[in-house]
Design a protein around this ligand. Structure first.
Ligand SMILES: *[C@@H]1O[C@H](CO)[C@@H](O)[C@H](O)[C@H]1NC(C)=O
Ligand SMILES: *[C@@H]1O[C@H](CO)[C@@H](O)[C@H](O)[C@H]1NC(C)=O
Ligand SMILES: *[C@@H]1O[C@H](CO)[C@@H](O)[C@H](O)[C@H]1NC(C)=O
Ligand SMILES: *[C@@H]1O[C@H](CO)[C@@H](O)[C@H](O)[C@H]1NC(C)=O
Ligand SMILES: *[C@@H]1O[C@H](CO)[C@@H](O)[C@H](O)[C@H]1NC(C)=O
Length: 345
């Protein structure tokens, strides 16, 4: 029953609801799962994806800085909510703030809620500071009233947490659940401060993606005999996504007008890993473009059938599935309401 619904959703084409935009703007915060080119402007120490064969399935085969072969989930969400294009990378601004009026993407690969193992990347605190600059720019262009109304009706999308968990996992003793609970609580508290800060700046509609099967990414599988998933890391991710889900529930009962969609990526992936073929995936372990994924690499042809694009990131096919389920999916994977419900409230 559940999987029939999933198959229906997978065949559903993502088209804008109408030619009129149904939300004014989309602001995106997060890591490589949402970066559309901010890291292109950072130092050499920051992770980069602005060279072939990244973007091989992007229009014009362009390596935009997205860490996949084509689009990422926020691109599909932008299209669905009627925006003329996916919000531009904050650092790509070349035209004053005019380009910012329909939203901005602040995401930076390697970043996290807290400091991560990467340096010279833009963490969430700094991404929120950048949002403040954008909001101030809106005020000078369209005035305070329009800015306040726009912010209250816009979507604030977060795709973060994985890099915090990689850093945490390195320092954690897997047998010490007390320590694990404390550390998860500390990341979640920080995330709470960040979401509350945006709320105080007028944000009301949030879309938050939970962390997925981190133990199954190719670079992590290498650590496990038989190339299997690292179950302890999957469990840590499950723990964190549970905590994120509870955090959002508590914020919405404590902050008047706070509305959200939690995109439960972990729950979306349970049936996919149990039954990949049913979702069109023939290869769940190997990356399509093996490291270092440069012009010298030999990449796979049947990219729709690969779960992994490079040794850390999924293919566009996975991002599209996650976007569709968060937009239209049942409460098990998009709760308490999906994005379609969120933008209609
Ligand atoms: C707009 O709001 C800011 C504070 O957010 C205030 O400093 C400024 O004076 C306001 N401008 C107008 C024209 O009301
Ligand atoms: C587990 O972590 C807690 C909190 O840091 C610490 O107090 C405790 O000694 C640790 N227990 C073990 C068995 O290492
Ligand atoms: C995952 O976490 C649950 C709940 O904390 C625990 O019962 C289970 O043993 C863990 N599984 C693994 C593989 O660590
Ligand atoms: C996560 O939440 C589910 C459902 O509430 C629960 O069964 C599971 O034990 C939790 N796992 C962890 C690791 O917190
Ligand atoms: C490709 O391989 C050649 C020869 O091994 C090497 O000189 C070159 O730097 C490589 N190019 C890239 C982009 O990795």
């Amino acid at each position: 029953m559940a999987s029939l619904l999933f198959l229906f959703l997978l065949s559903y084409v993502i088209n804008p609801l109408s030619v009129e935009a149904i939300i004014p703007s989309l602001y995106v915060f997060g890591d490589s799962t949402a970066d559309v080119g901010n890291n292109n402007y950072l130092s050499d120490k920051a992770p980069k994806a602005n060279f072939p064969y990244y973007g091989i399935d992007f229009p014009g085969r362009t390596a935009t800085g997205r860490f996949t072969n084509g689009f990422v989930s926020v691109d599909y969400i932008a299209r669905f909510v009627g925006l003329p294009r996916s919000p531009p990378a904050f650092l790509s601004n070349t035209n004053g703030g005019l380009k910012w009026l329909r939203g901005v993407n602040f995401a930076s690969a390697g970043s996290g809620i807290s400091k991560t193992l990467w340096i010279d990347v833009i963490d969430i605190d700094e991404q929120i500071k950048n949002f403040k600059l954008v909001a101030a720019d809106h005020r000078t262009r369209v005035g305070n009233r329009t800015t306040d109304r726009t912010i209250s009706k816009s979507l604030f999308c977060f795709s973060t947490g994985s890099n915090d968990l990689f850093a945490l996992f390195q320092s954690l003793d897997p047998t010490n659940k007390t320590l694990e609970n404390q550390m998860i609580e500390s990341i979640t508290n920080k995330f709470q401060d960040q979401l509350t800060m945006l709320y105080s700046l007028g944000a009301r509609r949030f879309v938050v993606f939970g962390t997925g099967f981190l133990g199954c990414i190719p670079e992590i599988r290498k650590l496990v005999p038989g190339n299997n998933c690292l179950e302890d890391l999957n469990n840590l991710s499950l723990h964190f996504k549970n905590a994120t889900k509870s955090l959002l529930q508590s914020l919405s009962s404590n902050l008047p007008g706070f509305k959200y969609t939690f995109g439960d990526v972990y729950e979306m992936l349970v049936p996919v890993f149990a039954n990949p073929l049913q979702y069109g995936f023939r290869e769940m372990k190997a990356p399509c473009c093996p490291p270092p994924c440069t012009l010298n690499s030999t990449y796979c042809r049947n990219r729709q059938e690969y779960y992994n694009w490079d040794s850390f990131h999924p293919t566009e096919a996975v991002y599209r599935m996650v976007a569709k389920l968060t937009l239209f999916g049942p409460p098990r994977v998009a709760n308490p309401i999906n994005i379609l419900g969120l933008v209609n409230t």
